[in-house]
Design a protein around this ligand. Structure first.
Ligand SMILES: [Cu+2]
Length: 151
């Protein structure tokens, strides 16, 4: 009995970067390390829905920043990259949605302290059905989280 409890605690400690609550799982989350003085950064991740019901991501916040917004990036016909805010993101059942550099991301606006030297930042995601999901998002330099292409 005592052993089981201890193993549970250890498992919880190792599971902190991959949160599964109800039908929603957040995988491979990372936040881009930005130089000191930068007031914004971006979080990338995969949101996986294992449920049979559609859900919606309705809001988000982080203790590390004044505000957090869901953005999508796109490049217009002049080659200029712009970002658009998404108010509510549909999460279809039994599906996964990738947030990646150049695409969807969670923008941290008004960073309260430098991310350099920090291990992780807190992030709270609020889903319409799954409710609140709290995760710790590891801080990484950009190239670590991107897809590497070898030629
Ligand atoms: Cu953005």
């Amino acid at each position: 009995m005592k052993t089981t409890l201890l193993l549970g605690v250890i498992f919880f400690a190792f599971a902190q970067f991959s949160s599964a609550e109800g039908d929603i799982a957040i995988n491979d989350a990372w936040v881009r390390e930005v130089p000191p003085g930068s007031s914004v950064s971006a979080i990338y991740m995969t949101i996986q829905s294992n449920g049979d019901e559609d859900d919606k991501l309705v809001s988000m916040s982080s203790k590390a920043a004044e505000s957090a917004e869901l953005h999508t990036s796109k490049v217009d016909s002049n080659g200029v990259a712009t970002m658009e805010m998404i108010e509510v993101l549909d999460i279809p059942s039994n599906n996964s949605i990738d947030f990646q550099p150049g695409g969807m991301h969670i923008m941290l606006i008004g960073l309260k302290e430098s991310l350099v030297g920090k291990d992780s930042v807190n992030l709270k995601l609020v889903f319409e059905k799954a409710g609140e999901v709290m995760i710790e998002v590891p801080v990484k330099k950009g190239q670590e989280g991107g897809h590497k292409h070898h030629h």
